[in-house]
Design a protein around this ligand. Structure first.
Ligand SMILES: Cc1cc2nc3c(=O)[nH]c(=O)nc-3n(C[C@H](O)[C@H](O)[C@H](O)COP(=O)(O)OP(=O)(O)OC[C@H]3O[C@@H](n4cnc5c(N)ncnc54)[C@H](O)[C@@H]3O)c2cc1C
Ligand code: SF4
Length: 332
């Protein structure tokens, strides 16, 4: 059995207290929400904070406010299960509820939060292993080692962005608000991520993710499709999120297509969006978008399935994501 290392556990009851505790504990501290990512990582010694500041008693992070016409504000501490079941989210932000309900199992969705999901650590076959396994290969540069086993001559880590929520947040043009010792800021969700398997977040370590802001519903539709081996359990090895804005007559006015699990960050493909803008999202335009997304997608050999097949699936899954938004579906 894998055991947690020893650590000090703090339970603040307000955002201000959480930030103060995190600051006082210094760089060797981390926040924890549901713990479904952090605690397994601590058991494998990927992360070994001396102090863990729990967010579970911060009631102010556990609310959903706003309306579809003004946009929804989802507290970072809202569980994935609650988000997926929320009637307003299900009706007006189906891609969000769907992405939340395809995360792992009910147990993990009950504990796991949307905040933790948006900040999920990047993953790699050579990294998501026990300490002893990693030691046997002399570790890798993401933790304790020098080399990248996926691309040995590479100066960087290529661990994969593996959250279901992230591509949807970016495709929707959602924003996030952060609060830290230096004050607060609100940024586009896309600006939260770096294309780097180690420094994958632009957030400062002591900044708290407060909320996730969904845009007003005004003529756009969105979808999310996920590829994984076991349909009830696994992380995505490919995720495609699409947002399409329609004019009154059903022409595509604007679009955003984002790939998850093919890089260390959510990868937006503007060429794919351009292929459908001005069309009526017909089969030819969808096929052109799928081709455009296929070309730049370069999955690495560090998750499940062969990388050639995963690249082929980009075309198929972009088609599926857009077909969900095309005319016959929209008439439903
Ligand atoms: C077996 C298994 C299968 C899984 N399958 C999937 C899957 O299919 N898809 C998927 O997307 N995820 C999956 N996960 C990962 C995880 O369960 C979810 O992503 C979950 O939403 C993480 O949320 P959490 O609250 O538990 O995060 P935590 O573990 O509490 O935190 C994750 C990270 O975010 C930081 N953090 C959390 N909240 C905040 C905040 N408000 N402010 C600042 N920092 C914060 C923590 O310090 C930590 O670094 C899986 C996990 C396991 C163990
Ligand atoms: S991509 Fe390379 S450095 Fe990054 S976790 Fe995998 S093996 Fe390690």
């Amino acid at each position: 059995m894998l055991r947690l290392p020893r650590f000090t556990y703090l339970e603040p009851t307000s955002v201000a207290e959480a930030i103060r505790m995190r600051t006082e504990a210094g760089p060797d501290a981390m926040y924890v929400a549901g713990g479904t990512d952090l605690y397994p990582n601590m058991k494998r010694r990927h992360q070994t904070p001396a102090t863990v500041v729990s967010l579970m008693r911060l009631r102010e992070l556990q609310e959903i406010t706003g309306t579809p016409s003004t946009g929804l504000n989802v507290g970072s501490g809202v569980s994935l299960a609650f988000l997926a079941a929320n009637a307003t989210v299900r009706q007006h932000y189906k891609a969000i509820s769907h992405a939340a309900e395809v995360v792992s199992t009910p147990l993990l969705r009950n504990m796991g939060t949307i905040g933790g999901n948006l900040l999920l650590d990047t993953r790699c076959n050579y990294y998501n292993q026990t300490y002893e396994w990693r030691k046997a290969i002399d570790f890798c540069m993401k933790r304790d080692g020098e080399i990248c086993w996926v691309a040995p001559s590479s100066p960087r880590c290529w661990a994969v962005q593996s959250s279901d929520g992230v591509p949807v947040a970016v495709a929707l043009g959602a924003e996030v608000s952060l609060f830290g010792p230096q004050g607060g800021r609100r940024i586009p969700a896309a600006a939260l991520y770096h294309n780097d398997g180690m420094a994958y977040l632009t957030k400062q370590p002591d900044e708290l993710l407060i909320a996730y802001h969904l845009p007003p519903v005004n003529g756009w539709r969105a979808s999310y499709v996920k590829l994984r081996r076991r349909a009830q359990f696994d992380f995505p090895v490919l995720g495609v999120a699409a947002r399409v804005d329609f004019t009154e007559d059903g022409t595509v006015r604007d679009a955003r297509i984002v790939l998850g699990a093919v890089a260390s960050y959510p990868m937006e493909i503007p060429e794919a969006a351009r292929a459908i803008i001005g069309s009526r999202l017909d089969a030819a335009a969808i096929a052109a978008a799928a081709d455009a997304a296929f070309r730049p997608a370069k999955p690495m050999d560090n998750t499940d399935f062969t990388l050639g097949w995963r690249k082929e699936m980009v075309r198929v899954y972009v088609q599926r994501a857009l077909m969900e938004l095309s005319e016959p579906q929209r008439a439903k």
